[in-house]
Design a binder for this molecule. Structure first.
Ligand SMILES: CC(=O)N[C@@H](CCC[C@H](N)C(=O)O)C(=O)O
Length: 371
């Protein structure tokens, strides 16, 4: 299998959530070149579910990969860099999909006892494909619904060959956050006749910093990041509109509700103080990823015995993953797989080491053989 070629081809066609049309077509083309006797493929929106029949199945194991990219301008200057300006596989989903293809090929070549279903899931970065995909499988394709489910995420800071996970909570509860402020703009020379939304947004941004530092129990944990702040139109007009775009991360749904209540109180206060209208939109939200204890222990035990693999216990992280909607109802494990990149996830220069492409399909095939 020329996995490097496949990864580079996928890397060149990054598409955001539910727009993975070329990605889906490319994957289907690759899969159509495999022997078809053991496999059954169904499409779901821009995603795919591919079932591989085992020799003597007692269960169906699930493997999930995400497919979407991010709206980031790539700056790697690699010869195979993104052909879609402004979009990049900066979260490693091109690597994830290629590993899934490698695993699929291996399972066809050397079948195992159990059935395996590989889920190519769109829209992990947003607005979230896991929940509707899971629900569709349950209602329309129950014979594609796995009994247990696994997934990996690349870890730029870990060397290739290292895999890490933990029992229980791995990733945070998340909610996107979009806040629009509307007030009376006007001429830059007459500020007393306006309500400046740039000032109102700046003050809101600062006040939002007190939510985690002053309202969340220090023994709990939360993150409130505003990744984008925009206001106004040109240099000599006082802004009538401003927008804050961010994300909230907590360890439980309860603390997510508390954080949201504080954000709402701050927005009402900014409305009053600045004589403006504030509108909050929480966008999409993801459940925390909770690894099944027994499966996670089995996984780490297996990994620690494989030559060339270093298994580590990971800490929980404030990353979000809609894989949490799978582990909510299906026992599962997500793990980190090292890719030795100097630049991290969501960075325009992320450059994973492609050696992981050869290593992981073999490793997973061995794991599924013994699961
Ligand atoms: C693994 C990873 O980086 N996941 C994303 C998921 C984003 C969810 C949503 N769009 C949000 O921003 O809340 C992450 O940013 O953690």
């Amino acid at each position: 299998m020329e996995l490097v070629r496949i990864r580079r081809a996928l890397h060149q066609i990054p598409e955001i959530g539910f727009q993975e049309v070329k990605t889906q077509a490319y994957l289907m083309d690759i899969i159509s070149q495999f022997p078809q006797e053991r496999i059954e493929l169904v499409k779901w929106r821009t995603g795919l579910a591919v079932k591989v029949r085992g020799d003597n199945p007692t269960k169906m194991i699930g493997w999930r990969t995400d497919m979407d990219a991010l709206a980031i301008m790539e700056e790697t200057e690699l010869e195979f860099q993104s052909q879609h300006p402004g979009f990049m596989h900066a979260c490693g989903h091109d690597i994830h999909m290629t590993i899934a293809i490698g695993l699929l090929h291996k399972l066809i070549d050397e079948p195992i006892q159990d059935d395996v279903v590989i889920l190519f899931q769109p829209a992990e970065e947003g607005p979230g494909g896991a929940l509707p995909f899971r629900e569709w499988l349950k209602t329309d394709k129950p014979d594609f619904l796995p009994d247990c489910i696994y997934a990996l995420h690349i870890a730029p800071e870990l060397p290739v060959g290292t895999v890490g996970t933990r029992s229980g909570l791995l990733f945070a509860n998340t909610s996107e956050l979009f806040i629009d402020l509307h007030g009376k703009g006007g001429h830059a020379a007459f500020p007393h006749l306006t309500e400046d939304m740039a000032i109102a947004a700046a003050s809101m941004l600062m006040q939002l910093q007190t939510v985690v530092s002053r309202n969340v129990n220090p023994m709990d944990s939360a993150v409130l990041t505003i990744g984008k702040l925009s206001a106004g139109t040109v240099q000599n007009i006082i802004a009538e509109h401003a927008r804050l775009e961010g994300t909230i991360r907590t360890l439980t749904s309860e603390s997510m509700s508390q954080v949201k209540q504080r954000i709402e109180a701050i927005c009402r206060a900014v409305e009053q103080a600045n004589n403006c209208q504030v509108h909050i939109d929480y966008g999409s939200s993801y459940l925390e990823v909770k690894n099944d204890e027994t499966l996670a222990e089995n996984f780490l035990r297996y990994a620690s015995q494989v030559k060339g693999i270093q298994a580590i216990q990971s800490d929980a992280a404030m990353t979000g993953e809609d894989f949490g909607y799978f582990t909510e109802q299906i026992p599962g494990v997500m793990f980190w797989a090292g890719v030795s990149s100097a630049y991290g996830l969501h960075h325009s220069k992320l450059n994973p080491d492609e050696q992981v492409l050869e290593l992981m399909p073999d490793f997973l095939h061995g794991f599924f053989l013994k699961s």
